[in-house]
Ligand binder design. Structure first.
Ligand code: HEM
Length: 367
């Protein structure tokens, strides 16, 4: 049976026939039950993404109010992902150049626990491994990788509207540490050449080190949930194929790339209209939110890279994410993760955009 709507599709066992039908038959429509406009066809998504009135944050809440004022709100407000216009374009170009230059392949993140990886340990690894890998890529000392993963976890926990004041307090403390850590790293006299060039390019472009450092923390942040989904869905695919024990790097990469085509981790993103727009023969008023169903667009254009977004805000970490997920998958399988057993019992985390499997949950909680 088809899922009820595109938000329910994210955690549906097999939403892909539904996504294909949406892309074919409902390019752009309003879903009153969700209070959202929904764009499903690639042309409709590109039209919204490319419109200057379609913003990545609501005009009246550039930063989630629960994070303001405080270090977590300041950090969030500095991320390229959360900004539009000239400020976004300048910082995005420098970050993309930095990723390109830094380029070297990191070693796989260390397995955090002794013994064979059971379900709860795998869940923890899915969330931690992408941040460990990204911290290694940034050249942070290994002793700080686990701290970075814990701080990104605390920061992310405060983002849902349901988070309370304890989570906000933990996110502020985590954000302060992340900002300090990345700024010290960026400004260190012995910083790697790519970081030094980022610093110099920032000076020329008038971008403060604090903003660049926040965006290095932003790379850790962006890698986390989507990376967990990519790795987790690849592990499920491996399990369904009966893969057990060590795999070659090439086999791990092939599984990750197949999952990107067939079961991607990010199903949708949003744009918030700062002014009314006319698109696809419809009028969408100022203040409305459009859900861009990337996973539907990918059914219509499988080779267009939709799992990593498109146009100005497209993911600059796509290549890294693919390599890091493959290394982490190979590592998990070598460490003894029983992929077929894990794939036989899991559910998806109840997230609105990302498809992230969860292997450890109480029996009576099975959806
Ligand atoms: C190494 C790990 C990753 C890093 C460092 C990273 C970094 C980023 C950054 C900085 C942005 C914001 C770009 C901008 O606003 O201009 C972004 C956007 C995006 N990323 Fe990634 N990312 C990673 C992994 C992933 C993965 C695994 C996926 C899914 C397959 C993904 C999908 C996306 C999408 C769809 C967007 C666009 C969001 C939108 O347009 O609203 N990313 N990423």
């Amino acid at each position: 049976m088809f899922p009820a709507d595109p938000l329910a599709a994210v955690t549906h066992p097999d939403p892909y026939p539904y996504y294909a039908a949406l892309a074919r038959g409902r390019p752009l429509y309003r879903e009153p039950a969700l209070g959202l406009w929904i764009a499903c066809h690639p042309d409709a998504i590109r039209a919204v993404m490319g419109h200057p009135a379609a913003r990545v944050r609501p005009a009246d809440a550039p930063v989630p109010p629960a994070l303001c004022p405080g270090p977590a709100g300041t950090l969030f407000g500095r991320f390229v992902r959360m900004n539009d216009g000239a400020a976004h374009a300048r910082a995005k170009a420098l970050l993309a150049d930095f990723i390109q230059e830094q380029g070297a392949r990191p070693s796989p993140p260390a397995w955090p626990e002794a013994g064979p990886p059971h379900a709860a340990a795998v869940d923890r690894y899915l969330a931690a491994a992408p941040v460990h890998a990204q911290a290694a890529f940034l050249g942070l000392p290994p002793a700080l990788h686990a701290d970075c993963a814990a701080d990104i976890g605390a920061f992310i926990s405060a983002l849902p509207g349901t988070a309370g004041s304890a989570q906000a307090a933990a996110a502020h403390a985590a954000a302060e540490r992340l900002q300090f850590r990345l700024e010290s790293h960026l400004l260190a006299p012995q910083a790697a050449p790519a970081l030094r060039r980022l610093r110099e390019a920032g000076e020329r472009a008038g971008l403060a080190p604090a903003l660049l450092a926040a965006n290095l923390a932003g790379l850790l942040f962006q890698s986390c949930e989507a990376g967990a989904g990519l790795l987790g869905n690849a592990l499920v695919l491996a399990g369904r194929r009966g893969v057990r024990g060590p795999v070659t790097d090439a086999d791990a990469q092939a599984l990750v790339d197949e999952v990107l085509r067939k079961d991607p981790p990010v199903h949708n993103t949003r744009r918030f209209l700062a002014a009314g727009i006319e698109t696809g023969g419809q009028r969408i008023e100022a203040g409305q939110t459009v859900l861009l169903v990337l996973a539907a667009a990918a059914m219509a254009e499988p080779e267009a890279g939709w799992p990593f977004g498109a146009l100005g805000h497209a993911c600059p970490g796509a290549g890294l994410a693919r390599r890091h997920a493959a290394s982490a998958l190979a590592h998990l399988l070598r460490a003894g993760a029983d992929a077929p057993a894990l794939a036989a019992r899991f559910r998806y985390r109840p997230l609105p955009n990302a498809r992230v499997p969860q292997f450890d949950f109480p029996e009576d909680n099975t959806p």
